[in-house]
Design a protein around this ligand. Sequence first.
Ligand code: FES
Ligand code: FES
Length: 215
Amino acid sequence: MPEENERDPAPKRGVSRRQFFKGVGVVGAGTALVPDALAPESAEAAPAVASFKPGKHALTLKVNGHSITLEAEPRTSLLYALRNNANPPLTGTKLVCDLGACGACTVHIDGKSAYSCNVLALDAVGKEITTVEGLAGADGKLHPLQEAFISKDALMCGFCTPGFLMAIAAQLKKHPAASLEELKHACAGNVCRCGTYPRIFEAMVETVQKMRGGA
Ligand code: FES
Ligand code: FES
């Protein structure tokens, strides 16, 4: 039986959406303009609230083993921060739906695959982020999965490819001998509009065989 898909489209955040809006309200308006429905039930139950002024803030993210400092607004997603605010930009992570519905923006956060369009950049501070640019080894040798995608010609337009690679690689890191069903399950949240699924599945099988030393 495949394990439950562990992808976390909205990983636990240091600052929840409720906390975030409350924080912006406090700082931006000088008064806590928080609707009753969003307010914590009691002051005792309320967790510490981090406050961020509107506008750009300097953030340091750990991406592919390097610390990078960039400027981003509190509302900026990790996806936009990587693609638009990092210098140089990290455009391997693709923006497609921006809604957590296609998987093209998948990265690893602390080793787990996550939709970077659903994560605020400020919530990724202090976490280990890996993008598709960091999937190859430090010596530049491609990950066996990348090699298999090439040998099986498992892409057409390529927009979905980084997301598939990252989702499958996260599962392989945990279970190098994962079954095809488990690997399909790991990338169940990824969509390929070009319909290259059969070749992606072939690439998965080839990767596992290689990692077992069987090919
Ligand atoms: S761009 Fe993030 S899930 Fe589609
Ligand atoms: S190769 Fe085009 S969307 Fe997958």
